[in-house]
Design a protein around this ligand. Structure first.
Ligand SMILES: C[S@@+](CC[C@H](N)C(=O)[O-])C[C@H]1O[C@@H](n2cnc3c(N)ncnc32)[C@H](O)[C@@H]1O
Length: 345
């Protein structure tokens, strides 16, 4: 006898997906109302105490706590609510690496755009971008018009970079690197972590002028070890002098043709023995998952740039080969990431 459908994993996942937008927003409300930190600080609290803290009307709080306990992120023990260890770790702390920044940015930028997915995919353009001020073709360029949106976006980007940094620091081989080019280095989170972890290393970060200005404000003090260079990486030449080029979470925002062109530009300015590393979300090579890669790929196509995806690692390997690299290595890293590196002979 076949298994009843409602006891299958796919059915359980279907229910989670179908009810997901409500539960996602309940978690965001928990963040915005500081419920996770309140529970973290106190080790737990009952509805009356949470009500006094949030100022919420008891019935509305009851409904919100139903949503939060349904996610499993908050547990009920007797009359007390406590954070599950996952909530305590990812949401209960308010540092720059917190998942709070990621969820708040998904609420503000991603999910309004996802409601327009069919139209954007059918049109073949990132149509959802028309909700963001400006006339430029990509989200990154339009963020230059809205300082608050840029802050929300880069707080999330930085949090994700910090969440995935241990994988990068463990697998990126910079033992023989003197000077690294951080291509599309964003707000400098990655550059700063790399120079802090590798005492002999200096970095030149390339990004759009408005993002370089943001990096100037947001980067921790790393002395003169990170140089910031405003550039349009598609059109401006790459500076000479580096012996390693890193593309961290960058090629996913470009088409395959543009990615190969960018890798060739990096290859051209590197000396013999120089390395190119590609780091980022990677869909499974057979393109059947996972969720982080699928979400990012959809977001890129309907909103951010209208192209690109969480490229499978096998594709990045082929690109490096096509520009002339040898000794190409690929490592799977947590958070559905891959690091693919090659050497210029
Ligand atoms: C997803 S972010 C990655 C940031 C950083 N490398 C990291 O790993 O956190 C992609 C970056 O590429 C930059 N970028 C996109 N198009 C660009 C262009 N044409 N010229 C320069 N930078 C660009 C964006 O401004 C953004 O900072």
């Amino acid at each position: 006898m076949s298994e009843p459908l409602d006891s299958t994993e796919v059915y359980r996942r279907f229910q989670l997906i179908a009810n997901g937008p409500a539960l996602f927003n309940a978690v965001v409300s928990g963040i915005e109302l500081n419920i996770f930190d309140f529970l973290a600080e106190r080790g737990g609290a009952d509805a009356r105490e949470i009500g006094a803290f949030t100022g919420m009307e008891p019935h509305k709080l009851r409904v919100l706590m139903l949503g939060l306990t349904t996610t499993g992120l908050v547990e009920k023990r007797g009359i007390d609510y406590v954070n599950h260890p996952v909530a305590a770790e990812l949401l209960g702390k308010n540092g720059p690496e917190s998942w709070r920044h990621i969820l708040l940015s998904w609420k503000t930028l991603y999910y309004p755009a996802f409601a327009r997915m069919t139209a954007a995919l059918s049109a073949g353009t990132n149509d959802a971008l028309d909700a963001i001020a400006g006339s430029e073709p990509t989200l990154y360029e339009r963020l230059g018009h809205d300082a608050e949106l840029a802050r929300i976006f880069y707080s999330a980007m930085s949090a994700f970079s910090l969440q995935t940094m241990p994988g990068l620091l463990e697998h990126l081989d910079v033992r023989s690197t003197r000077h690294l080019l951080d291509v599309g280095g964003g707000d400098g989170t990655t550059s700063a972590c790399l120079v802090q972890a590798n005492p002999g290393l200096t970095v030149t970060l390339l990004d759009l002028p408005s993002i370089v200005a943001l990096a100037q404000q947001r980067m921790p003090d790393v002395g003169d070890r990170v140089a910031l260079l405003p550039a349009d990486i598609l059109h401006d030449p790459f500076p000479a002098g580096a012996d390693h080029a890193l593309f961290s979470h960058v090629l996913d925002t470009f088409s395959a043709e543009q990615s190969v062109m960018l890798l060739a530009k990096a290859y051209d300015v590197l000396p013999s023995g120089g390395r190119i590393s590609i780091y980022g979300f990677a869909a499974a090579d057979d393109e059947t998952g996972g969720p982080l890669a699928a979400r990012l790929s959809l977001y890129l196509n309907i909103l951010a740039t209208g192209r690109g995806m969480a490229w499978p690692a096998a594709e990045a390997v082929a690109w490096l080969k096509s520009v002339g690299c040898v000794d190409i290595r690929s490592a799977e890293v947590p958070y559905e990431h891959a690091l693919v590196s090659g050497t210029k002979p």
